[in-house]
Design a protein around this ligand. Structure first.
Ligand SMILES: [Zn+2]
Length: 418
């Protein structure tokens, strides 16, 4: 009698325990193939989310009491994607290009449907134009929006504004970055046409003054081009970023030697030093004639990014998932592709709380499917590569909330705009 009473009490305690445990999750993602490069997870796992954070990743999680359950059977579950080269300072000033102008667009219009939860604007605002950008884009977006401040005070205002070396003030840029350190992750150099190191050197100086944050370099428009060997080995620091790494434009020196079809030896020296190679696909900043030999040789970019704007999104680039598709079709392995849009960019922008599914991390998750068929991927030169896979975003979760669901995989279904 005593024993059975004990057992009875024990079973009540257990039941309460299980019930509390099961009901304590906001979302449980069931049965997906989790790829979390930071934590070396690559297998079928469940993921539980509570109060905006990752609560548990395990082979079997009881979802019976969760507020929402996502059926991820046959899908990949990865950390929310991070795109470190975008342009989102949208506005109606027709002559201002990417700075409060018409070539940029609001982030939420193209992020969640691509599994993206964090974007970094690559230098659209400078220190003098950042505060308006903060109000009209960063603070109004559901997407996590960060920024590289342009070393030009006016930012990407176009034309002569971006050639004005007297508007490249490291001290003012660093002061603004320190004032908004939750939003600003580094500095950007872009669109400069002179044979002059001033923009690069002032951006690096700003990076130092702001406490050792990186610079992203869109390099060169001079004729003849400045040496990228000198850029990598003399001017930049470990952790600085060379974007548009597979561009092949006359005004720039490129990574792959066209005669030998090999990556130039000093590029490996730069990689060993810690220079970060970022795709920054853009309108004309990616050529298969550079990327194919590099990938064949095993030279993978550190980060895949879009350089998305109104022009590139409707041309060869399209979106981040398409950029990922292209690298998969060229032979870059799937786990490396996922790492290049999650954990690697998080490290590059020094936001190591992002880009992984560790317990306690912000619950940013992308659930991706692979569609099979006959697809074509092309670049701006007209070169076309065939592929048999296309990534598709099924569900996106940002800070523990479902923000996009393509096929109603959540129960109950997420369907109302919030
Ligand atoms: Zn750009």
């Amino acid at each position: 009698m005593k024993v059975s009473r004990k057992l009875f009490l024990l079973s009540i305690v257990c039941c309460i325990g299980i019930a509390v445990n099961a009901q304590s999750y906001d979302i449980v993602i069931k049965g997906g193939h989790v790829i979390d490069p930071k934590n070396a997870i690559d297998g079928i796992m469940d993921v539980a989310i509570k109060d905006g954070s990752i609560s548990l990743v395990d082979s079997k999680i009881d979802a019976s009491g969760a507020n929402q359950v996502v059926d991820a059977t046959g899908l990949y579950v990865v950390p929310g994607l991070i795109d470190i080269h975008t342009h989102h300072y949208w506005g109606t000033n027709l002559d201002q290009a990417y700075m409060d102008g018409p070539n940029a667009f609001p982030p939420d219009g193209f992020t969640f449907r691509n599994g993206i939860t964090t974007i970094v604007d690559a230098g659209s605002p400078g220190w003098a134009t950042f505060e308006k950008y903060k109000k009209q884009t960063i603070d109004l977006s559901k997407t996590r929006v960060l920024a590289f401040l342009n070393i030009v005070g006016q930012g990407m205002r176009g034309g002569v504004y971006e050639q004005n070396t007297s508007d490249m003030d490291p001290r003012m840029a660093a002061l603004m970055a320190k004032r908004y350190k939750d939003d600003v992750v580094g500095f950007k150099v872009a669109h400069f046409e002179g044979a002059d190191w001033t923009p690069v050197d002032h951006a690096v100086e700003a990076g130092e003054l702001a406490g050792g944050i990186p610079v992203m370099i869109d390099f060169g428009g001079s004729n003849p081009p400045l040496s990228i060997k000198e850029l990598f080995l003399t001017h930049l620091r470990p952790g600085d970023i060379f974007t548009h790494c597979f561009a092949q434009l006359n005004s720039r020196e490129y990574l792959v030697d066209l005669k030998s079809q090999k990556v130039k030896p000093f590029v490996y020296e730069a990689r060993d030093k810690g220079i970060v190679f970022d795709v920054g696909y853009g309108g004309i900043s990616f050529a298969y004639s550079q990327a194919i030999p590099a990938i064949k040789e095993g030279f993978y970019p550190n980060t895949l990014s879009t350089d998305i704007h109104i022009g590139s999104m409707n041309a060869a680039m399209k979106d981040l998932l398409t950029v990922m598709d292209k690298f998969i079709a060229m032979g870059m392995d799937f786990n490396s592709v996922i790492k290049a849009v999650t954990w690697e960019p998080a490290k590059v922008i020094k936001r190591e709380e992002l880009g992984h599914l560790s317990v306690g991390a912000p619950a940013d998750v992308a659930i991706l499917g692979i569609r099979k068929g006959n697809f074509g991927f092309f670049d701006y030169t007209g070169h076309r590569e065939a592929g048999d896979k296309r990534l598709e975003c099924e569900v996106t979760i940002r800070d523990g909330k479902v923000v996009y669901d393509l096929n109603g995989k959540t129960t109950p279904i997420y369907y109302r705009p919030k």
